[in-house]
Write a protein that binds this ligand. Sequence first.
Ligand SMILES: Cc1cc2nc3c(=O)[nH]c(=O)nc-3n(C[C@H](O)[C@H](O)[C@H](O)COP(=O)(O)OP(=O)(O)OC[C@H]3O[C@@H](n4cnc5c(N)ncnc54)[C@H](O)[C@@H]3O)c2cc1C
Length: 400
Amino acid sequence: MNVSMNLSLENTQNAFAYKSTTDLKKAKFLFSVIQSPLIVSIGTKITPLLMKSGFPINGLLRSTIFNQFVGGETLEDSARVTKQMGAYGVQVILDYGVEAKEGEENFDSVTEHIIEAIDFAATQDNIPFVSVKITGVASMDLLEKLNEAPRLRSGIHDSESEDTEWGRVKERMFAICDVASEKGIGVLIDAEETWIQDPIDRLVIELMTVYNNEKAVVYNTYQLYRNDRLHFLQLSHKLAQEGKFILGAKLVRGAYMEKERLRATEKGYPSPIHLDKYATDADFNEAAAYCLKNAASIALVLASHNEQSNMKVVEKMEAQGMNKNDPHVHFSQLYGMSDHITFNMASAGYSVSKYLPFGPLQDVIPYLMRRAEENTSVGGQTSRELSLLRRELARRKVKK
Ligand SMILES: Cc1cc2nc3c(=O)[nH]c(=O)nc-3n(C[C@H](O)[C@H](O)[C@H](O)COP(=O)(O)OP(=O)(O)OC[C@H]3O[C@@H](n4cnc5c(N)ncnc54)[C@H](O)[C@@H]3O)c2cc1C
């Protein structure tokens, strides 16, 4: 049972109060479909091709997977969902969901959209954070080069054009953080594949030294499926203490396990990923406990759909005598998943949000394909969603 002294995650009436019965039935249908690895494998391959070829698939996508996992195509669309969440005490992390579109013009345009999202967040009561993917404002090629060459990583670049390119990436990130800091909105920087993560880590630490002196504005993401990240979290904390800034730490397990393992095998280097789920869980829970123990100097965002991990943090907060809405502890789940965690935690008074992507349909396809794949590959997650949806539908039927 997922119950602590003052929190239970079992209440499906709370979890789905914001959804009509028709919406619940739609969600049930969608999760039944994406439970099939074959359908998802075919779907994720042909959907981008069908879209490119102009095949009329947009309507179907919009009324199914897009509706379930995305706030809308524009900020105005997301405003409706944000308001709906706010009615239940649920906060929102806005994510301009456009990923890895190469080209300086696209990077500048993503930067502008993120700044617009921050401006919008500042006008709402329940949007404490925006999320940023560096791959939206920097070229994968550049990140990979900087990751590979320690000499380049040290900031002494051997190519003037790379130097200028990296300078522009930094300018974009500083522009985003300037506005966020001024408007009191936090910036969560996503973690990516290991082969591009090093320059991201270095940049995020640099941003924290500038913006996190009084409060946490910038957060790095730690993927605890990596066997080196618990140590890296502790190292980052040491840097924060030396530099007298607050460490912003968003903890996740990690989204690219298969890709990481495959690349390591193909290229013949040791896999950076833990050998099994047990080891990932152990590091994730230890990292969360470390952040709570050091809550005076670390601001934690626990980003997980794992009931046990969320409950462990709740129990530790209780044991440490922390307030449920301590400004240094925030919980988050993706929009469209694990409503039983989000809405029950909000109703019990915890600071919890939905991570809400928005953006044009064709641009959020990579995000949607990841959601479909994750729901197929993550053992038990889809069957849990389905069983919660069935329970709530049955409860509503009896009540009629
Ligand atoms: C708000 C939010 C923000 C996120 N941001 C990011 C981000 O910036 N970067 C990112 O990479 N991901 C991000 N994710 C996704 C996250 O990393 C996980 O993929 C997802 O949340 C599932 O993990 P879990 O803790 O919710 O659940 P669980 O179901 O408990 O864990 C599943 C995860 O455990 C790990 N795992 C599964 N099997 C094994 C195995 N055999 N060996 C080792 N490890 C295993 C994998 O990471 C898998 O995704 C985010 C998730 C949320 C909710």
